[in-house]
Design a protein around this ligand. Structure first.
Ligand SMILES: O=c1ccn([C@@H]2O[C@H](COP(=O)(O)OP(=O)(O)O[C@H]3O[C@H](CO)[C@@H](O)[C@H](O)[C@H]3O)[C@@H](O)[C@H]2O)c(=O)[nH]1
Ligand SMILES: [Mn+2]
Length: 736
């Protein structure tokens, strides 16, 4: 055994059941191999023109699926589980814990209500960590005085909230989430405690009411404006796209008067709206983060940076300590650039109707990618080493000593002076002719700045770690309508594809820098959009061929049908078991299957063409913000798990057209099975009809939305008409 001092601060365990997995994979592999043999040895002759054509297309689609299957296999090869020892951390380093800068990003007071932002900010201010070592920065790309006002309220409420959290070990430390959950049982029934609970709850609710009514009014009253000098800044703001830098240190942690109601120090709290000018590209979230990196380096300069989206509150007050177990580990800590926590969501419907919990990605795939060399950076819930964001390679980095005895950084400047002198760091032209966005900070030019930045950091020799504590570290808001989900997926898909085709392609850029299996893991996401072609083909052509009487699969009695069955059923059963084993339900699996079809035929398809249009210079990539608010009516349907259509969108037209084609194909298929002379097992159309039948089953909610539903979320008539036209066109092409 090693000396006590050197007991590691974290440990890594490998997943079990690998032999079984290997066995299963081998059988699937033989299945795929047999399909390839069948497809190549029975290619229809040239005389059967259209059948030959359809056959080869199907074969190509199957080859693509096989390649993609191989990549998902690489991801599942070697999942790892991480565990931390926070008690050892406290024993060894309690006095010298590193300080942490926490960045929260928000961009629009309408899509991201200030009352939500406040909760996120309060939750991270209340971490179980020495408060004098925490600095919270809010970046407001919406440059909204409403959001600033909410921060001002947070500053006052934190003086009561932080002591309350400490005293009662509150979890989670977002007041909204806490009061929603603990409502029925205020702290175990003790009268004094109950009183305290009631009074802080009232304080919170009053604050929330004030924030929301101010928000509704759309402006700040004169009375409030007098209470903080910061409000005056908005006198010279003409629009959110054109304004000076607004930097306000709301709480200055160095100030001995900055204490909570128990006299304990408060964390530093800073509001920043970086400068915006019409002619400067602001690079969305990556630009905001880079401005924060610079500004914070003057104000607190903590060696560790945590970044969260404004909709993702801290759900586990010990998460900072968990992260430190990795960074401070004597043996492996020095090469770890970031510690990524999973994205978990609190607003998932019972059976995750839109598949937005990303359960399999979070529970299975990222663990696997961690085993392959380190998880990707997924934008939120991630602790970074400041040094690794500065563009340095791992071996070149000075490895600043993270340990820190000093309570505060020694800057003599008082807060007002500090504000003035730091402003320039967030101005539009600061980055001109610098390496920011290219070598330093988060990378520009990609709508998934997170994935790209993570990849580049890993290629500089840094490691990363994926950590899923039992009590979820962060909880966010997932999109709650079908269209929002598809649009979000489109942004991700487009961004990942853009990386694939750029000079940062994991295959070239990562060559010899990161392990091959990590390069391949990145491909799983980069190649998402290409899936659309194979999927659209498989969802449309076999159905159309049923109309025309072209058979594309072996008869059921034929031995060659076995691999088709086995590979299809085997893989579906595997995905079901996988989902169930990480806590999903059967219905959730079905929903997930449907969403995969929907995403592949719409989001991926549009992402692909958007990218091509951008390449040709027709469009600029934009970051379409996911709205975090929806109508009550819409939300009710979400909770009842009724799929929301309700608006016209080309995405819905595609979905509906495919659904109609499947119905036609299926009806014709059934007709052929009934009228055919052979029995079912001998009928050459049986497998194809089953395929169309499955697609019809998956698409059932679409037919419902068209024909049966009366609510506002039903399919708009114009979408239906358009789709009928497309369907008829496709059918007539197929038939004549
Ligand atoms: O110009 C912008 C646009 C967005 N944001 C912030 O970026 C975050 C993510 O935006 P959201 O609309 O919630 O997108 P999601 O699809 O939910 O975000 C996921 O995907 C993004 C990359 O596409 C990552 O940056 C995020 O961390 C990740 O959660 C939010 O806090 C926004 O306030 C900005 O600060 N400035
Ligand atoms: Mn989000």
């Amino acid at each position: 055994m090693r000396k006590n001092d050197y007991l590691p601060l974290f440990e890594t365990k490998l997943a079990k059941g690998r032999t079984l997995f290997l066995l299963f994979v081998t059988t699937i592999f033989f299945g795929i191999f047999s399909i390839v043999v069948y497809r190549t040895s029975y290619i229809p002759s040239k005389e059967e023109g259209s059948r030959r054509f359809a056959w080869i297309g199907l074969f190509l689609a199957e080859l693509w699926f096989s390649l993609y299957w191989f990549i998902t296999l690489v991801i599942r090869w070697n999942p790892v589980y991480r565990y931390t020892f926070k008690d050892r951390l406290s024993l060894r380093y309690e006095e010298v814990l590193p300080s942490v800068d926490i960045f929260v990003c928000t961009a629009d007071p309408t899509a991201e209500p200030p009352s939500m932002v406040v909760n996120t900010v309060l939750s991270v201010m209340a971490y179980d960590y020495p408060p004098e070592k925490l600095s919270v920065y809010l970046s407001d790309d919406g440059c909204s005085d409403l959001t600033f006002y909410a921060m001002f309220e947070a500053l006052r409420f934190s003086k009561e909230w932080l002591p309350f959290c400490r005293k009662f070990g509150v979890e989670p430390r977002s007041p909204e989430a806490y009061f929603q959950r603990a409502n029925s049982q205020p702290l175990g029934g003790d009268a004094a405690k109950a009183n305290e609970w009631t009074s802080i709850k009232k304080l919170y609710e009053d604050m929330k009411t004030r924030i929301e009514s101010t928000n509704k009014a759309g402006q700040i009253s004169e009375e409030i404006r007098k209470q903080h000098k910061g409000f005056r800044e908005w006198d010279s703001v003409s629009s959110r796209r054109d304004h000076q830098t607004i930097l306000q240190i709301l709480i200055d942690g160095r100030d001995p008067k900055a204490v909570d109601s128990e006299g304990k120090p408060l964390p530093t709290l800073v509001y920043l709206a970086r400068e915006k000018k019409p002619h400067f590209h602001h690079n969305f979230k990556a630009g905001a983060m880079n401005a924060l990196i610079r500004v914070s380096s003057r104000i607190s300069n903590s060696p560790i940076i945590l970044n969260v989206d404004c909709d993702m509150y801290s759900n586990n007050s010990e998460a900072v300590r968990d992260a430190m177990c990795f960074f401070l580990d004597e043996e492996n800590g020095h090469e770890i650039a970031f510690v990524q926590f999973p994205q978990k969501f609190e607003n998932i419907s019972k059976n995750d109707i839109y598949g937005s919990s990303l359960r399999v990605i979070m529970e299975v795939e990222l663990r696997g990618i961690d085993g392959n060399g380190g998880p990707c950076y997924i934008g939120t819930g991630c602790f970074h080493r400041r040094e690794s964001l500065s563009g340095k390679k791992c071996i070149e980095a000075t490895k600043v000593d993270l340990k820190n005895k000093n309570r505060y950084r020694k800057t003599e400047e008082n807060a007002d002076v500090l504000e003035e002198t730091s402003k320039a760091l967030a101005s539009c032209d600061y980055e001109e002719n610098t390496h920011w966005g290219k070598e330093m900070g988060l990378m520009y030019g990609c709508v998934v700045e997170d994935i790209l930045t993570g990849l580049v950091i890993q290629c500089r020799g840094w490691r990363s770690v994926y950590f899923c504590p039992e009590r979820k570290g962060f909880l966010g808001a997932a999109p709650t309508t079908l269209l929002q989900t598809l649009v979000q997926q489109k942004r991700w898909t487009k961004g990942d594809f853009q990386i694939f085709l750029s000079r940062y392609c994991p295959l070239w850029h990562g060559y010899n820098k990161i392990p091959l299996r990590l390069q391949l893991s990145y491909l799983a996401y980069s190649l998402w959009p290409v899936n659309c072609f194979a999927s659209l083909y498989y969802a449309i052509v076999p159905s159309l061929c049923l109309l025309q009487g072209i058979s594309l699969f072996p008869q059921m009695s034929n031995l060659w049908a076995v691999p088709f069955f086995y590979v299809f059923v085997g893989n579906r059963v595997y995905s079901l078991v996988e989902l169930l084993s990480c806590g999903g339900t059967l219905q959730e699996w079905l929903n997930d299957q449907r969403m995969w079809l929907f995403k592949r035929t719409t989001s991926y398809f549009f992402a692909f063409f958007d990218y091509i249009l951008k390449l040709l210079g027709f469009t600029e990539s934009a970051f379409t913000l996911t709205s975090k608010v929806v109508d009550d009516d819409v939300y009710k349907r979400y909770e009842q798990e009724i799929i929301e259509f309700g608006t016209t969108s080309p995405m819905f037209t595609i979905l509906t057209t495919v659904a109609f084609l499947n119905v036609f194909g299926f009806c014709w298929g059934v007709k052929r099975l009934i009228l055919g002379e052979q029995s079912l097992v001998l009928n050459p159309f049986a497998l194809q009809a089953i395929l169309s039948g499955l697609l019809v089953f998956i698409n059932l909610p679409i037919y419902q939305a068209i024909f049966l539903r009366k609510d506002k979320g039903r399919m708009p008539a114009s979408v239906t008409y358009q789709s009928i036209m497309f369907t008829l066109a496709a059918c007539s092409v197929a038939l004549y």
